[in-house]
Design a protein around this ligand. Structure first.
Ligand SMILES: Cc1ncc(COP(=O)(O)O)c(C=O)c1O
Length: 406
């Protein structure tokens, strides 16, 4: 069977959790996913075996080097990077992006332009505002369509000039689920000689990523959104990671990726990163891990589309629930921002939460999205997010719980 939901769910211990005797529903995936057994075992295993820092002439230190190398090689396959030197680990996407921004700012001049979008999580907006301010550069924000939640790559292209140095865009909106044609945006950036940075944090659990096909210069992800631990991942083309001046301490290596990895990494998390990539690969078929990942994510996307279609059909019968963003199952992740007539977002989330249905409310750090939709000041929206372990029954349970607010 292509997407064996029971076998998938049996791998996630957290899915067995109940509240007042009823199984809980994790519809909070866009804020962080649960982890499979092998991730927990890999992380606990690292700690239990006896771990050491890197660089020592003894076995535990050598094992740690192996853990780091395995994580890097796994992420190479996940993103289809060209080499392990293109993969940097760090505390989270936000911290990695601030670090990259600091380095890029050293290459910018007053009058240079940075293009961001209003569809983005603020980690892909504020980081660049800070970097631009350091260099005296200017940030331009491109609008998305507030009616259908889409971001037109041509609108991004239209904002580019010969002063543009960087275009920062999301692969998918963590608020509305909109998937963006990031290859078109990266190409537009290349055309004016600008670099491109893709925020793939929300997209990673929902589809396969290919940095070579996208043609971006940088791409960031966060393992806790794709069934792994709390660790950030940054891909950068080797020539950029080698050429840019990273902010680092003097004894640290001046070679990528080491020069970007400030301080000591969370090695137990890196053990978990390799395990979560292997978990995803294990859902697919193919001769290589990369092929298995692509196959798995194609199947995941197909399954998630059925959940989206089911939820959207349910919403169509419920006029008291208003959907913001992409109104069809295609061109989106299964992440839905909604408002319920007569009830604030926090009240709706709390109503669902009392029944063991976990959803987020507010702005989800997608500040410009909420501002553009005119809901920022009124408490934002309710975000209901599905992933590959969500069941059709859970979708129905959420719809039924929303009925109680009609
Ligand atoms: C689309 C998107 N970008 C960036 C981030 C920030 O990621 P991190 O928590 O790893 O800094 C998030 C987190 O919610 C996100 O959803």
């Amino acid at each position: 069977m292509r997407h064996d939901i029971d076998s998938i769910r049996s791998r996630f211990p957290a899915l067995a959790r109940t509240l007042d005797g009823t199984p809980v529903v994790y519809a909070d995936g866009p804020g962080g996913t649960q982890v499979p057994d092998t991730v927990i075992e890999a992380m606990a295993g690292f700690l239990a075996r006896g771990g050491s820092n890197l660089g020592g002439p003894f076995v535990t230190s050598e094992e740690t080097a192996g853990v780091v190398a395995a994580a890097r090689s796994a992420v190479v396959d996940l993103l289809n990077a060209s080499s392990p030197e293109e993969i940097v680990f760090g505390q989270n996407m936000t911290s990695l992006t601030f670090a990259l921004g600091r380095a890029l700012a050293r290459t910018w001049r007053p009058g240079d332009e940075i293009v961001c979008t209003r569809l983005d999580h603020d980690a892909n907006v504020s980081s660049w505002m800070e970097a631009a301010a350091e260099a005296g550069a200017e940030v331009r924000l491109v609008d998305f369509d507030p009616v259908d939640g889409r971001l037109d790559p041509d609108a991004v292209a239209a904002a580019l000039t010969d002063r543009t140095r960087l275009v920062a865009v999301t692969h998918a909106s963590n608020a509305l689920g909109t998937v963006v044609d990031v290859a078109a945006v990266a190409e537009a950036a290349r055309t004016v000689g600008a670099l491109s940075f893709v925020d793939a944090v929300h997209y990673t659990p929902h589809g396969s990523i290919d940095v070579q096909r996208v043609g971006c210069d940088f791409l960031a992800a966060s393992a806790y959104k794709f069934f792994g631990p709390h660790t950030g991942v940054l891909y950068g083309r080797r020539e950029h990671l080698a050429g840019l001046e990273a902010v680092k301490i003097r004894p640290a290596s001046s070679e990528p990726p080491d020069k970007w990895e400030t301080g000591t990494q969370s090695f137990e998390s890196l053990a978990g990163v390799a395990a979560c990539v292997d978990y995803l690969a294990g859902l697919g078929e193919g001769a290589t891990r990369r092929e298995r990942i692509v196959d798995a994510m194609t199947s995941v996307a197909g399954y998630e589309r059925t959940l989206s279609a089911r939820f959207l059909a349910g919403l169509a019968d419920r006029p008291h629930v208003r959907l913001y963003g992409v109104p069809v199952p295609d061109g989106r992740t299964p992440t839905f921002a909604v408002a319920v007539a007569g009830h604030g977002a926090r009240e709706v989330a709390a109503h669902l939460g009392r029944q063991g249905i976990f959803v987020w409310d507010g702005h989800f750090y997608a500040l410009e999205v909420m501002r553009s939709l005119g809901v920022l000041e009124s408490g934002g929206l309710v975000r209901i997010g599905f992933v590959h372990y969500t069941t059709a029954d859970e979708v129905d349970r959420i719809l039924a719980a929303l009925d109680e607010l009609a």
